[in-house]
Design a protein. Structure first.
Length: 393
């Protein structure tokens, strides 16, 4: 086993056992579930769908009660509403057939108002089409069950479609999460050991390059493990509901080549960002300072998400192509383009080669900065000094 792999293994095993890592890995999905689910539970706890008791005042004489309570007097309906005998009532004016307007009354603010409107809508449709066939009534309630088909330039049906788009967006989200989480581990690991003078001991037995590469892959793997854990938890939540999971499987038809491209772009893009973060950790004198500098590069990496609509609607535009070749933006941009349009073979090859070469070059540059500034305890190198480090052979 080489020295850099030993360092990577040590960094990985040490950090995944830390309480902070375990707490964040398990606590983040729990926090999201609570943040998303609690408002729904609170809204639904006050009144369930089955508890809706709806009345109406019909000034047209066209509507039969069904499951609703019919009132001939609006004042009586208001009194029953305030006495909690009904939860809602609505008034159908005499000119309803011409305007379609109704007025809905509720005893208190109702966060589930859309559900009430849906029940009222079905009631109105059932009455308006009471002489029609039952299938026609149901079709009016749900007039569309669409399926999109994408055609390529040759007029042939293109596989994937919406599924590939979902993969591209998921890729972008996970890529951004990996940048933020892994950069945090890398910066903290490098800066802390620099402040504690542990680096001086390590460098007595390993080279700068081995130490840097070991930290990139070791601490980076910690961030990727966290992302993988969140992904497994998310899939576990989806599979806990067999009906929803079966619907997703039925609608998802993901392109295998797209997944392979996503994996390769993810790994190369991650190495580029991880090398930058390690170099910044060596330059920074504190973790906070390192995170501030890293924020600039992280922001550049998510530029494609800011131009999401433009990239999807203009996959061949000059700006889109520039973002496809620039190392910090190419991973997300190219996956978006591959998921929504036919991309020339040479573009994919050129983009991948630029990204791979950039990863090698940035690692070498980071090693130079790492070597020159790592042992400058408590001193932040100036921009002129950093440029001089990079220009040295």
């Amino acid at each position: 086993m080489t020295k850099w792999t030993t360092i990577a293994k040590h960094e990985y095993t040490y950090n995944v056992r830390r309480k902070e890592f375990i707490f964040l890995t398990l606590g983040m999905p729990l926090f999201i579930m609570v943040a998303m689910g609690l408002p729904v539970l609170l809204a639904g706890s006050s009144i369930s769908h089955a508890e809706y008791r709806i009345g109406y005042v019909d000034k047209t004489g066209l509507f039969e009660p069904g499951n609703f309570t019919k009132y001939t007097d609006e004042e009586l309906a208001k009194k029953n509403l305030l006495d909690n005998k009904i939860t809602h009532f609505f008034v159908i004016p005499a000119n309803y057939t011409a305007t379609g307007k109704i007025t809905i009354f509720a005893g208190k603010k109702d966060l589930m108002g859309r559900t009430v409107e849906s029940q009222i809508r079905n009631f109105l449709i059932d009455n308006l089409l009471k002489r029609e066939n039952k299938d026609v009534v149901e079709r009016v309630k749900t007039p569309i069950n669409s399926e999109y088909v994408t055609l390529n330039e040759k007029g042939e049906t293109s596989d994937g479609g919406l599924s590939d788009f979902i993969v591209s967006v998921a890729f972008a989200v996970f890529f951004m999460l990996s940048i933020f989480t892994s950069s945090n581990f890398l910066l903290q690991g490098v800066v802390e050991e620099k402040e504690n003078r542990v680096m001086e001991i390590l460098l007595s037995s390993v080279s700068y390059r081995e130490l840097l590469i070991g930290k990139i892959f070791g601490l980076g793997a910690v961030g990727l493990t966290q992302i993988l854990a969140w992904l497994v938890i998310g899939l576990g939540i989806l599979t806990s509901n067999p009906v929803v999971f079966a619907m997703l499987l039925d609608r998802m038809h993901v392109s295998i080549p797209l997944l392979l491209f996503a994996f390769s772009y993810f790994m190369l893009g991650y190495i580029v960002f991880a090398s930058i973060m390690a170099g910044l950790g060596a330059v920074a004198t504190t973790s906070r300072e390192g995170q501030q500098m890293a924020g600039i590069f992280s922001l550049i990496g998510v530029i494609p998400m800011m131009f999401l609509q433009f990239i999807l609607t203009n996959p061949g535009a000059p700006l889109t192509k520039i973002l496809s070749y620039f190392p910090l933006t190419s991973p997300i941009t190219m996956i978006m383009r591959l998921s929504t349009a036919e991309v020339q073979y040479y573009e994919v090859v050129l983009s991948t080669m630029i990204l791979a070469v950039s990863a090698i070059v940035i690692i070498e540059l980071s090693v130079k900065v790492f070597r020159a500034s790592l042992l400058m305890y408590g001193k932040k190198p100036t921009l002129k000094e950093v440029i001089r480090y990079l220009s040295e052979s």
